[in-house]
Design a protein around this ligand. Structure first.
Ligand SMILES: *Cc1c(COP(=O)(O)O)cnc(C)c1O
Length: 367
């Protein structure tokens, strides 16, 4: 209410029903951050150098993206992408979050359907609601959280959703899906845009890009980000890879300068130092083995599959354990309220010494 009795104008109906998507992201610096699956040791030294070397001229001018799409293509080819990928098949976004938002904006009309799995990455659902779309979330199956392939296939055929979102490996269950299966799904549903969120593929090697022929399956779109493995989460830069026409449509709904110049400079440096990322991934995989073995020998229920994270069911209520660990400067992510995994927490996997610190505190506090 204002002084003259006027109220602010209402937003679109779908927006009036929405709540701002907010993750608990304050006060995390200087803590051992095992809550958001970020790189836990920081990016390549070349990235820090590029950011530090930023000139006043570069700060004063609008961002320029010359050559960045080529650098992404070269990096993808270096890491196994099918030859022939062109720069116009790469979209640049202010993080994959912005790419998700843009895909919904470009492809999702009110009343249309989105098909996905549950539990999965939290930002798909508010984007669907923002568009007034109906969300069909099919639960993972059994103790191992297997991909609900038969149900996804049946729903895909029966409802022809506008979008199918597959997070592979899935955050937070780690569930893996073979790239061939994703091709089959895409080929069987040419009217559906099949979005494959591959932010954690470096930990599994299950990418569709080594085989993706976007002229044969133009309805396939792949997300990659520099946030998680490369350690650029603060700078916000992510990519969508697909058919040039799809990249063009998704690019139409974003502003002209959504990716900032610091992110561009850092991205060039990160993409040029793949060996740094490879070494980090190798360390995380060693730390994952160590952690799983430690949980097993302590007799603690856990679930670990793809990705740099795993699920743990503590003895204590999760909220209590979360607070106790936080008191020691260690952050985890409670899965309270999530379909199928209520009562557990997700812990990101960092280096072996970081996981040793986590396990020591966890075993001591969860009694
Ligand atoms: C972290 C995450 C994102 C968002 O990545 P940004 O590039 O940092 O926006 C998207 N999808 C999944 C599955 C994630 O875990």
């Amino acid at each position: 209410m204002t002084s003259n009795g006027f109220v602010p104008p209402a937003a679109r109906a779908a927006v009036e029903q929405l709540q701002a998507y907010s993750a608990p992201l304050e006060g995390r610096r200087s803590m051992l951050r095992l809550d958001f699956n970020e790189n836990t040791i920081g990016p390549s030294p070349l990235v820090a150098e590029a950011v530090r070397g930023f000139s006043t001229e570069e700060i004063a001018v609008y961002p320029e993206y010359d050559g960045l799409r080529d650098a992404v293509v070269n990096n993808l080819l270096e890491t196994g992408c099918r030859p022939g990928l062109q720069p116009d098949q790469v979209g640049l976004f202010n993080g994959v979050d912005a790419a998700i938002h843009a895909v919904f904006h470009a492809y999702g009309d009110a009343g249309e359907r989105v098909l996905t799995t549950s539990p999965t990455f939290g930002y798909y659902s508010p984007c669907a609601r923002m568009q007034g779309m109906t969300m069909d979330s099919i639960p993972y199956e059994g103790e191992t959280f297997a991909f609900p392939l038969a149900a996804i296939r049946a729903s895909l055929q029966a409802t022809t959703p506008r979008l199918l979102l597959i997070c592979n490996p899935n955050n937070p269950t780690g569930t893996r899906l073979a790239p061939e299966t994703i091709f089959d799904l895409a080929a069987s549903a040419p009217q559906t845009l099949v979005v494959v969120d591959e932010l954690y593929e470096a930990f599994t090697g299950d990418s569709v890009l080594p085989m993706a022929d976007f002229s044969a399956t133009p309805n396939l779109l792949v997300f990659r980000s520099l946030s998680k493995t490369a350690g650029l989460a603060a700078l916000r830069i992510g990519f969508a890879i697909g058919h040039p026409d799809v990249i063009d449509r998704v690019g139409r709904v974003t502003g002209p300068y959504e990716v900032n110049s610091v992110a561009v400079a850092a991205a060039f440096a990160a993409l040029a130092d793949q060996s740094y990322v490879d070494a980090y991934v190798a360390e995380v995989l060693r730390a994952r083995d160590w952690t799983v073995e430690a949980l097993r020998s302590a007799g603690i229920r856990h679930h670990c599959d793809g990705g740099n994270y795993l699920l743990v069911w503590p003895e204590k209520p999760v909220a209590e354990l979360d607070a106790a660990l936080r008191g020691e400067g260690i952050l985890i992510r409670s899965m309270a309220g999530k379909t199928l995994i209520d009562g557990c927490f997700r812990v990101s996997i960092g280096t072996t010494s970081q996981m040793q610190r986590f396990m020591e505190a966890f075993l001591r506090l969860d009694q």
